[in-house]
Design a protein around this ligand. Structure first.
Ligand code: ADP
Ligand code: MG
Length: 240
């Protein structure tokens, strides 16, 4: 599981995370919603050790992410992250883009990595695009390639940061469907999203962030049906 214990983080004078507590159990899907600048992305980058924290702790299956003794590369294999945009290597095929990390980081043979990459690409609906170059893919297909690339490392946890935000509206659905599929398969995930109906459909819990504070967390029925915090209400009425 992922345990976040009273995490604080500042950038210079600006405190971006003001004591975040959150435990995500194995198999759970937690979505994070909230206004721009509320600290959502920062939390994800802290969880996988891309950013240091000022105080508190983050534990992945009991391993403290920010402890000096922690092997961050090893930890990051366990925790995949997909961002709004991922710049694939344009001169490599889709298949080669996805095999790169398993080969370089995990030391897999080409054959072994290709088998896994092909399986993951097929899983996200890109089985017919293996030999295509990334520039020929639609935005939605590129995001699904980015998801397949993360899955090829066999992560136990996945972090998604607004993976549909850069997409044309008609391409959003195919990517959300891929995330839903992963959720149904039991992947433990934290998804930052602006897609409220997605959050309502797939989440076990929804967390609302406001100015660096997790102002409210609860099952989707509560957050969307009966929000307790006035800021949650204000935010949700602004997104409708
Ligand atoms: P969100 O994802 O909720 O929109 P972020 O976590 O990206 O919010 O950012 C929270 C705040 O931290 C914002 O005010 C942002 O400008 C600031 N911030 C984020 N990353 C950095 C950085 N690397 N250096 C300085 N300030 C940053
Ligand atoms: Mg963000």
């Amino acid at each position: 599981m992922i345990e976040i214990e009273h995490v604080r983080k500042s950038f210079g004078q600006l405190e971006v995370l003001k004591g975040i507590d959150l435990t995500v159990e194995k198999g759970e899907v937690v979505t994070i919603i909230g206004g721009s600048g509320s600290g959502k992305s920062t939390l994800l980058t802290c969880i996988n050790g891309l950013e240091p924290i000022d105080s508190g702790r983050i534990l992945i299956d009991g391993t403290e992410v920010h402890a000096k003794s922690t092997d961050l590369n090893k930890l990051r294999r366990k925790v995949g992250i997909v961002f709004q945009q991922w710049n694939a290597f344009p001169h490599l095929t889709v298949l080669d883009n996805v095999t790169l990390a398993p080969r370089k980081v995990l030391g897999m043979s080409r054959a072994e990595a290709e088998e896994i990459a092909e399986r993951q690409l097929t899983h996200v609906g890109l089985g017919d695009k293996l030999k295509t170059f990334p520039g020929r893919l639609s935005g939605g297909q590129q995001q699904r390639m980015a998801i397949a690339r993360a899955l090829a490392m066999s992560p136990e946890y996945m972090l998604f940061d607004e993976v549909t935000s850069a997409l044309d509206p008609q391409l959003v659905g195919e990517v959300l469907d891929t995330l839903k599929m992963l959720a149904q398969e039991g992947m433990t995930m934290i998804c930052v999203t602006h897609e409220m109906s997605f959050a309502r459909d797939v989440s076990n819990r929804v967390a609302f962030f406001h100015q660096g504070v997790m102002a409210e967390i609860g099952p989707p029925e509560q957050i969307f049906g009966d929000p307790q915090n006035p800021e949650t209400r204000k935010f949700l009425s602004s997104t409708r």
